[in-house]
Design a binder for this molecule. Structure first.
Ligand code: ACO
Ligand code: LMR
Length: 244
C-alpha cells in the first residue's frame, strides 16, 4: 500500500493549493457569493475607542517616535490583555461556569471576591450605571432580535445588576457582553455537543476578535499621527508625581 510521509504541520485554516484558496475548506468564491462575514458586529463595535485608551496611546507614542506601521500597531496590540480588551474569553469561562452551576449573581460575585479575582467582563474606567456603554446596548439588542436564546446574556445582565448595586463603575463592559453572547451563540446554534462547547470555551477564541477589530483603529491612529506630522511625544513633568 501507499506509505504516507509524516507531515511536520497540520492545518485546518486555509488551503492555497487548488485553483482558488479555501478558508476552512470553503472556496473563496462561495464566501464572496454567499456574503459570509467574520463577526461583523463585534468587529465594527470594537474597531476603536478613541486616542486615550491603553492600546491607542501606545500606538500614538510609538508612531510619534518615528517608528513604522507594524511597530506602532504591535506596540498598541501588546496592551490587550486581562484588563483591556482581552477579558472576553475569561468572561465567557466564568459566566458559563457560574450559570451552569446555578450560582446566583450574589454567590458568583462574592465567590470571586473571596478568591481575589475581579469579575472579567465587569467594570470600566469611564462607563457608569448612569452612562452605559452604547456598544453593549447594541450587542444586546442584536442578540435579543436574532438569537434563539439569550440565557447567558441575561445572566450577565443579572450579574451587572448586582455589581452595580455595589459600585456605579461595575457595569457589564464590551468584553463581558461579547463573552456572554458568544455562549448563547454556541448553545443556540445546535451545532455543538455540550462537550464540544466546553472545549471551545476552554481554548478561547474571542480575544482574537478584539485584537482583529482594534487593529483597524490602531492602524488609523498610526497614519493619523504621521499625517498630522506629530513630533516625538514626551510626557509632561507636571503630570508625574515625583516621590521618594
Ligand atoms: N470585579 C470586581 N471588582 C471590581 C472589578 C471587577 N471586574 N472592577 C473593578 N472593581 C473594583 C475594584 O476592586 C476596586 O475596588 P477597591 O479599590 O476597593 O479594590 C474598584 O472597583 C476600582 O474601580 P476603578 O478604579 O473604576 O477600576 P479600575 O480602573 O481599577 O479598573 C478595569 C477598570 C481594569 C476595567 C476593571 O474594572 C477590571 O479589571 N475589570 C475586569 C477586566 C475586564 O473586564 N476588562 C475589560 C474592560 S473593557 C475593555 O477593555 C474593552
Ligand atoms: C475600549 O474599547 O478601548 C475601552 O472600552 C477601554 C476604555 O478605556 O475605554
Amino acid at each position: 500500500g501507499k506509505v504516507r510521509a509524516p507531515t511536520h504541520i497540520i492545518s485546518t485554516i486555509s488551503d492555497d493549493r487548488g485553483e482558488e484558496p479555501c478558508y476552512a475548506g470553503v472556496p473563496m468564491s462561495s464566501i464572496v457569493e454567499q456574503g459570509y462575514g467574520v463577526g461583523d458586529i463585534c468587529i465594527m463595535l470594537c474597531a476603536d475607542h478613541g486616542p486615550c485608551v491603553s492600546g491607542a496611546h501606545n500606538t500614538i507614542v510609538t508612531a510619534r517616535a518615528g517608528k513604522d506601521l507594524v511597530s506602532s500597531l504591535v506596540s498598541g496590540l501588546l496592551t490587550i490583555g486581562p484588563r483591556f480588551g482581552g477579558a472576553i474569553d475569561d468572561a465567557a469561562r466564568y459566566f458559563k461556569d457560574a450559570y451552569d452551576k446555578n450560582l446566583t449573581p450574589y454567590e458568583f460575585v462574592e465567590s470571586m471576591k473571596k478568591k481575589g479575582i475581579r469579575v472579567p467582563g465587569i467594570g470600566h474606567r469611564i462607563k457608569r450605571g448612569d452612562n452605559r456603554d452604547k456598544r453593549v446596548e447594541l450587542l444586546q439588542l442584536f442578540a435579543r432580535t436574532n438569537f434563539p436564546s439569550v440565557k447567558y446574556m441575561e445572566y450577565a445582565v443579572q450579574v451587572e445588576t448586582y455589581t452595580l448595586s455595589k459600585a456605579n463603575n461595575l457595569v457589564l463592559n464590551v468584553d463581558g457582553a461579547i463573552g456572554s453572547l458568544f455562549l448563547d451563540l454556541l448553545a443556540g446554534s445546535g451545532m455543538f455537543t455540550k462537550q464540544e462547547i466546553d472545549e471551545i470555551v476552554e481554548i478561547g477564541y474571542l480575544n482574537g476578535l478584539f485584537v482583529l477589530a482594534r487593529s483597524i483603529g490602531l492602524i488609523g491612529h498610526t497614519f493619523d499621527q504621521k499625517r498630522l506630522k506629530q513630533p516625538l511625544y514626551r510626557h509632561p513633568w507636571e503630570d508625574v508625581l515625583y516621590t521618594k
